[in-house]
Design a protein around this ligand. Structure first.
Ligand code: SAH
Length: 196
């Protein structure tokens, strides 16, 4: 597939933390993503009380919306600042605890218990730690993963899905020779190859 010069580009965790520190977070959508509204019914498929996963969650407002609908939400994000801003901006009380299985990781959980956000790298997670999910909202996640890590990311996501789960994926389409990313260009042929 033609992803131009992007396949070797690496954005480090340190660089992501810096983006949050300097407010270079143009990817955050205060009003949520329009495709979330459009395809919410496909994600839920009439089901209630779901366990939903937000990989590379940032402070996505859709996490609050789904929790308010009675679902339980789990996210993972390297930036603790992002997670703290999420709880603060929604006036949600939360508590913090270490994650015994992952050195240095923290879990920030809303006091009501239905939003659990892991502060660590997604590559540290496994279904033994977070369980399996009925649905995934992948926006700014696969496209934010370094191209060399894509297969590892997708293989992990597959292990986190229940048999009948749904996966909403948002990608972006553009000429990868004109922008270095992220978000990276992930052609549909590659998505099919990655997910199998
Ligand atoms: N999905 C969110 C954020 C997209 S930006 C939204 O829709 O707004 C990508 C996010 O992934 C950033 O907040 C970055 O800090 C985080 N991130 C990057 N690499 C990560 C990793 N390996 N594990 C967990 N989070 C990561």
């Amino acid at each position: 597939s033609d992803i131009g010069s992007q396949k070797d580009r690496v954005v480090t965790e340190e660089e992501w933390l810096q983006k949050w520190e300097t407010g270079n977070t143009g990817f955050h959508k205060e009003q949520g993503h329009p495709l979330f509204q459009k395809y919410l019914d496909v994600l839920l498929n009439g089901r209630s009380g779901l366990r939903l996963f937000f990989p590379l969650c940032g402070k996505a407002v859709e996490m609050k919306w789904l929790a308010d609908m009675g679902h339980s939400v789990v996210g993972v994000e390297v930036s603790e600042q992002a997670l703290k801003e999420f709880f603060a901006e929604h006036n949600l009380p939360y508590c913090e605890e270490p994650v015994p299985e992952i050195a240095g990781a923290k879990k920030l959980q809303s006091t009501s218990g239905n939003i659990s956000l892991y502060c660590c790298s997604i590559y540290d997670l496994s279904s033994l730690i977070v369980g399996k999910f009925d649905g995934v909202w992948d926006r700014g996640a696969l496209v934010a993963v370094n191209p060399r890590d894509r297969q590892r990311y997708v293989s992990l996501m597959i292990t986190l899905m229940e048999k009948k789960s749904s996966y909403l994926l948002v990608t972006v389409s553009y000429d990868p020779n004109k922008h270095k990313g992220p978000p990276f260009y992930v052609p549909e042929s590659e998505i099919k190859r990655l997910f199998g």
